[in-house]
Write a protein that binds this ligand. Sequence first.
Ligand code: SME
Length: 155
Amino acid sequence: MEELRNDVIELAQSTPSSSELMQRLCRLLHERMLKYNWVGFYMIEPEAEPPMLALRAFLGAMTPHTRIPLNQGICGAAASSGRTIVVDDVSKDPRYLACSLGTKSEIVVPVFAHGRVVGELDIDSHFPAAFTPEDQELVQHCAALVGKKLENSKQ
Ligand code: SME
């Protein structure tokens, strides 16, 4: 995982736009972490009423949840609380919105820019309790790099 961490840093340095970085991170995490079966970024649509998360870059099966209100799902809970949520068994979490029948566990990490939640990195696994503290650290690092890129870009 150390090598992947370095590749993530290199990717962030060599990718100028935040949208491109999100796409490339999805690809890198999906390809290299075999237990990461769905990897995607949802970004908050600031003008939407009620406030919404909209699916931007992703890799994995198509999901029915391309727009999620902030008061729904594990995604909504992570974005509205500004905290990472790790769910070891999605079937036991009443907030869970099903994306794929194969999903057993999930991690959602908020993306912050200028101190505010602007989106999140969501990863699903077909394995129960797939997200260890080490995974959590890696995913949080990826989310933080996207936040920094957003802060430093004009778009
Ligand atoms: N499971 C998420 C919905 C997004 S899909 O997993 C891609 C949730 O409960 O918010």
